[in-house]
Write a protein that binds this ligand. Sequence first.
Ligand code: ADQ
Length: 477
Amino acid sequence: MQEKEGNTPMERESRLVVVSNRVGPLSDEGKAGGLAVGLADALRRRGGLWFGWSGETSEAGTTSEAKTEVEGDVSLVTIDMTEPQVAGFYLGYANRSLWPLLHYRLDLVRFDRESERMYRDVNREFARRLMEHISDEDLVWVHDYHFFFLGDELRKLGFRGRLGFFLHIPFSPPEMFAALPAANDMVHAMLAYDLVGFQTQNDRRNFANFCKHELHGHKEPDDYVRVGDRHIQAKVFPIGIDAESFAEFAASDEAEENAAMLRNSIGGSLPIVGVDRLDYSKGIIERFTGFERLLEDYPDRIGKVQFMQVAPLSRSEVEEYVDLRGEFEGLVGRINGRFASLEWTPVHIMTTGLSRRALAGIYRAARVCMVTPLRDGMNLVAKEFIAAQDEADPGVLILSRFAGARAELAEALIVNPFATDDVAAALERALAMPLEERQERWRAMRDKVFANTAAVWCRNFIEALEKSGSAPSGKGV
Ligand code: ADQ
């Protein structure tokens, strides 16, 4: 166990060990997202280790020599994967089986035995390599759908310490999750964790119902679930952002320059903004279908609004993402072709990565931000948009009822992204909304975004994990 100098044994805190597919960065120079900031804070405070994939491939793969970076009391340790490991574990099982399945897209799910085998192997290998670096006194916190089996593998290798898991994306209803050939094994493996965290009550309920109906388990008080001799806690921890920093970014010179550039480029039009990885879960097609309907149903808006969609390309090696890109570009081309004039183009697309400050400037310039996922664990863009607004003239958030953020951001204009007419009507309402109403809604949301930050989320999870170790049958499988 690591001990900070000057600590008495009574004051010792367990070292934090974070495991996620990609690690870091530890220092935020305007690049890190909310998750990295929250975790980096906690790691720095307690001292710790962040373990994951280097992002590189090599012949040795998961048996490669670990790369270590040390910053103060925190070590970042990463290992490589082989090309077949990346193809099977990451591009295959994680991104073509689990991602669509957990986002309720059975139509896009691809299962194959080889990628499932690779996923299990990589989870076992990561556990084996992690064991070289941890002891039972550590608090191990595993992240996301890449590592459902990792905790169980650690237990098999003899790890007896406290073990937590947080799922950043939704958990689909039991009837749907059951379509995964490895569904029962996977949920059994999740029961090796002492604490399993979800973004929303809905996700937690879906997991607990799977345990109850498919594995003959029981729901118990205080968010405990019992299956056979396993007794674990399944709780909700909605993730937040580093709101203070984001508000500072939004007030920076770089943000102001970007906001001014955006305003200049669109003349007197009202800016509507969307910011999403180009992913089918984000409802980008439905959003632009709604925007097209706005221009059809409210023709006074033609020439008076402009859509700026920031859509960095994502998972371009996966066929479904290539198809989505084609569909998206086709739709935007059609809208521009239909409605553009010599002096006005309705939709602009940017696929480049942006600094946090530049992004904050775009949010701040927006009159409306559209966050319309068909299903989303939380959606940090919604929270970043709120944090970046200027109190004197805040923009309006249009938010899908299927985003996890909807539970907290109830004062947004809530839409069903599948209902095109309603999306168009919400856009019209947002564009016409008087300043006073915009301010009222924004203040209510700002308070929540600044209260439930990334640091609070992190602290709540770690506290619950520390307590969970005391559950009588909470350890061992
Ligand atoms: P994501 O699916 O990646 O996260 P989201 O929560 O919206 O979705 O976060 C995206 C992040 O990327 C935001 O911080 C945004 O600022 C950033 N970003 C987008 N475009 C960018 C660009 N061009 N340049 C730089 N940064 C850009 C998953 C889940 C979510 C969950 C998060 C956190 O799918 O549901 O909210 O994890 O748990």
